[in-house]
Design a binder for this molecule. Structure first.
Ligand code: BGC
Length: 518
């Protein structure tokens, strides 16, 4: 029986940037523990932490050298235990990041695997059987061993060897042979499986509640659902036998597939169907920058289309089994901040949607106050992504209340007013809006994942849908444009209203929002 996430709110924390408790300019675990009350008050009940394990941090910690220890910049295992304890006492669950598609090239397994003498780790990574045999994403000439290793992402992230879903060994041409590939069922891969079981047991026995799984689909090479589903079931089913409430969240953006692999939840970002059409505009040729070009649905010009995203999520509602969920991310550490080209009224429209539509909302730290993207910085292998990873803005002060250190590891944002401190004081702030809507979501089961959603598709704007549970029906109208709309609709009870008037009909002014019972 899967954990019930129907009414959950997930909050993602990039640990280096949340709160620095020891004045070294870098966020840490004790800092997160000190800010748990804020997360609680916001209304989130699950936190996903980006990697906190020992790492050279050439890719934001997604290059691990020790899976079962905390990087010293974040603190110690004891600090982690304290964090878990405090989180649990507040009813907050903690998900860590499981990065097992690859390790750092500094991981002891890889160092041993590079050796030209066969050893226990020789098969832990994917190696061709000759330096002269190439393969897509293979790096050659970096090891004494006569072979090239496959990478999963950057050159220093060698892919762990979970085998291939199918192998074509038919060619006799020595330059193209695939004899080095192993089937995913090959016995030689079992020791690596055991390592993963051990890592999972290590963290679950310490009290962790689950994992967000990095590059979920990348583990088995060669594609297809059968092999990868078998592999993830091998890991997840074993965990769930002992820890039935464990939560596994896929980084796939494709819940139709991840749910078949045993994942409880998956999430949508700039790489998912229709996401950019809805929130970010045409990303142009370079997917990551995903600039707002004025044509996304949530844009004041009102020229966008909700069709692709909404039709896709409606189809999912029919296809997914109960107990399988998806999140719509307000942002995440690999994506340009949602706030680009949006004022706070428009951001309220986005959050009204995220918090009342059918999904398990995933809020990226700082999005709730409208933190902005810094396009000028690049650190820890982030490139343009770094701009979404700047220190959390707690105050309007010099270092934004993030650190006492004069040199935070990344420059802090400059915009006054975009801080927790100032927005807590302003009853009309984005932060207070987000808190109110989360409260409304929690108090009304009709906004939970398990309730139905019916969307008005006959016109593009405004965005109108009904959430329905039993005989309760709630009407949501959101106007992300700078035009006004009149809707001939009578509500029996108003739940929330912003930039709108409601009496015998509904008048949505620019950026208007109305939520009410029918
Ligand atoms: C993570 C990235 C990381 C990559 C390689 C991704 O999907 O979210 O931040 O760079 O995996 O591990």
């Amino acid at each position: 029986m899967a954990t019930d996430l129907s009414k959950s709110i997930i909050y993602q924390i990039y640990p280096t940037s949340f709160y620095d408790s020891n004045g070294d300019g870098i966020g840490d675990l004790n800092g997160i523990a000190q800010k748990l009350d804020y997360v609680k008050e916001l209304g989130a009940d699950i936190i996903w932490l980006n990697p906190i394990f020992v790492s050279p941090f050439k890719d934001g910690g997604y290059d691990i050298v020790d899976y079962c220890n905390i990087d010293k910049k974040f603190g110690t295992l004891q600090d982690f235990d304290n964090l878990i304890k405090k989180a649990h006492s507040l009813g907050i669950k903690i998900l860590l990041d499981l990065v097992i598609g690859h390790t750092s090239d500094q991981h002891p397994w890889f160092k041993a695997s590079k050796s030209d003498k066969r050893n226990k780790y020789s098969d832990y990574y994917v190696w061709t059987n000759s330096i002269f045999i190439g393969a897509p994403k293979a790096i050659n000439g970096m090891a004494k061993r006569n072979g090239n290793y496959l990478v999963n992402y950057y050159a220093f992230q060698p892919a762990l060897n979970f085998g291939y879903s199918s192998i074509d060994n038919s060619s006799d041409d020595p330059w193209v042979n695939n004899k080095w590939q192993m089937s995913y069922l090959d016995e030689r891969i079992k020791p690596l499986h055991n390592e993963i079981h051990k890592i999972l047991e290590f963290w679950f026995s310490r009290g962790v509640d689950g994992f967000r799984v990095d590059m979920t689909a990348s583990l088995i090479k060669g594609g297809g659902i059968e092999a990868i589903s078998w592999l993830w079931h091998t890991f997840i089913d074993r965990v769930k036998e002992k820890y039935p409430d464990a939560i596994f969240m896929a980084e796939w953006g494709y819940p139709e597939q991840s749910s078949k692999c045993g994942f409880d939840i998956d999430y949508f970002t700039h790489e998912s169907i229709g996401y950019n059409d809805m929130f970010r505009g045409d990303p142009g040729t370079n997917l990551l920058p995903a600039f707002e070009c004025g044509h996304s649905y949530f844009a004041k010009e009102g020229k966008g289309s909700k069709k692709t995203f909404i039709e896709y999520t409606l189809k999912l509602s029919e296809e997914l089994n109960k107990g399988n969920y998806y999140s719509i991310a307000s942002g995440y550490h690999d994506m340009i901040r949602m706030s680009i080209n949006k004022n706070h009224d428009l951001l309220k429209c986005v959050f009204a949607f995220l918090l009342t539509y059918k999904n398990v909302p995933l809020i990226y730290y700082g999005d709730e106050i409208g933190m902005e993207h810094n396009f000028k910085i690049n650190k820890d292998g982030g490139y343009v992504r770094t701009g979404a990873r700047t220190p959390m803005q707690w105050t309007d002060g010099n270092k934004r209340g993030f650190t006492e250190n004069n040199r935070p590891y990344l420059p802090v944002g400059k915009q006054k007013g975009i801080s927790v401190e100032s927005q807590e004081k302003d009853k009309n702030s984005l932060l207070n809006f987000v808190k109110d809507l989360i409260k409304i979501r929690k108090e009304n089961d009709v906004f939970g994942f398990d309730a139905e959603v019916l969307v008005e598709m006959n016109q593009e704007y405004p965005l109108i849908y009904v959430r329905k549970l039993g005989n309760k029906q709630v009407y949501v109208a959101i106007n992300p444009t700078n035009k006004s709309y009149k809707i001939d609709k009578k509500l029996s009870k108003i739940i929330y209203i912003n930039n709108a008037e409601v009496d015998s009909d509904i008048r949505l002014n620019k950026y208007g929002i109305v939520i009410g019972e029918i």
